[in-house]
Design a protein around this ligand. Structure first.
Ligand code: SF4
Ligand code: SF4
Length: 414
């Protein structure tokens, strides 16, 4: 019997046995206690829609749209329901039916275009400083984005080949993602310095592009396919066995590219560093500081690497490392979610801010740039702007010491 294509695509909704074990792990259910805002409820809505029993009304679409795609439910599900894939497919199938408010769509389009162009990112970083100073970012409703950006960071030339310092122990490629220039420059520079000092040669292909995550999660299947093709061309048949990612949101998307053997090439940089044997002449200088490690949902639920940043940071002598284990849910950033659902994004972040305030740390270490921006903005707005939010490897690189002092491997921008 030939299955209807819609029924076939969504047949995995039937794997859900409605046990409800996912409910305590769902941030939107936790905040609303509404079953329509839970994984089980959303799966039931998609199932009924695919079977033709429910119309794709704005109310139904909004329940699915409210999902953060944090995938905590997937990690808890005993029936292995591919929840994330089902929601992405549903959003793609219904993308023309739901229309977000015009202002929200303009913001998403403007951010999408900016992130595709390093030159535009450089200009927008500069414009952000000027416009923030005169209050224009607030007028455009972008004060959150402005507050979340790190200080402007002067960096060297990233693209091309960076040779290992000393004996070469590994060769890798580095995936930058589309936000590196604007929001994560210090992380990229620290990654190149740290890896080369540890004997790792790095290639940073200039032809790489955005992972496509924002397009995928917003129902733009064509846009996602285009970005995926571009990255497959760059990385699939290349000589690298390992491609390192440092923004876990990108890593999670790349890991799920459907291409034979390709996804296994992608490793989160903390995972790689934790498993690498470090040269004997490298050590970490002591740091008397308290660090809270934030585990992004993408690192925890998809990359399954949330323990590695903690393992690495604990190698720094004198450091006090704490993880936010009693705040298990998403911080609310979730890609562009915080732009389209600011109320839920702020409510979820509030739980983290309360805990951070109680711990009074010097640093928050997080492996995803979107979470870093969201938390940084919240800290600034709550009188905790002195707490630095950074990638764990930035902290590691700052403490790196070499017994023979070699110069920095980064070339300057020509
Ligand atoms: S992905 Fe996250 S927000 Fe969405 S249903 Fe699952 S747990 Fe809830
Ligand atoms: S845990 Fe899995 S099977 Fe159980 S209700 Fe949630 S999605 Fe369904």
């Amino acid at each position: 019997m030939q299955l209807d294509p819609i029924v076939s695509v969504f047949s995995d909704t039937e794997l859900c046995v409605k046990c409800g074990l996912c409910l305590p792990h769902c941030p939107t259910y936790g905040k609303t206690l509404d079953e329509n805002e839970s994984p089980r409820g959303r799966l039931s809505l998609i199932q009924a829609w695919a079977a033709g029993q429910l119309e794709a009304t704005p109310a139904l679409l909004t329940h699915i749209d409210n999902c953060l795609l944090c995938r905590s439910c997937e990690s808890a599900c005993p029936a292995n329901v591919p929840y994330g894939r089902l929601v992405d497919d549903f959003r793609q199938a219904t993308t023309t039916i739901i229309k977000r408010p015009l202002a929200s769509r303009i913001k998403s389009i403007a951010i999408g275009i900016t992130l595709q162009s390093p030159r535009l990112q450089r200009w927008s970083a500069l414009a952000n400083r000027i416009f923030s100073a005169i209050g224009l970012m607030q007028s455009f409703g972008l004060s959150e984005t402005a507050a979340g950006l790190p200080e402007m960071y002067e960096h060297g030339q990233w693209y091309g080949f960076h040779s290992a310092l000393g004996k070469e122990t590994a060769k890798v490629a580095l995936f930058l993602g589309c936000t590196a220039e604007l929001a994560d420059a210090e992380t990229v520079t620290a990654a190149i310095r740290l890896l080369t000092r540890l004997g790792v040669s790095i290639t940073v292909p200039s032809e790489q592009g955005c992972c496509g995550g924002m397009a995928l999660h917003n129902g733009d299947g064509k846009g996602f396919a285009k970005m995926k093709r571009r990255n497959l061309l760059v990385f699939q048949n290349s000589e690298f066995d390992t491609v390192l990612t440092f923004a876990s949101g990108c890593g999670a998307v790349l890991k799920e590219y459907e291409s034979h053997g390709f996804n296994s090439k992608f490793i989160d940089i903390s995972n790689f560093l934790a498993e690498l044997s470090w040269p004997d002449n490298i050590f970490l200088e002591s740091l008397s500081a308290k660090v809270i490690v934030h585990s992004p949902c993408s690192l925890k639920n998809v990359m399954k690497s949330d323990r590695h940043p903690i393992v690495l940071l604990k190698q720094i002598p004198g450091i006090h490392v704490e993880s936010l284990i009693d705040v298990p849910n998403c911080c609310g950033a979730a890609g562009t979610y915080l732009l389209n659902h600011p109320e839920m994004a702020h409510a979820l972040r509030e739980d983290f801010l309360v805990k951070i305030k109680a711990c009074s740390p010097d640093f928050i270490a997080t492996s995803n740039v979107g979470c870093a921006m969201h938390l940084r903005a919240g800290l600034k707005q709550n009188g905790m702007g002195h707490v630095q939010v950074l990638h764990p490897l930035v902290l590691l690189e700052r403490q790196l010491a070499v017994k023979s002092n070699n110069p920095s491997p980064l070339r300057s921008i020509s």
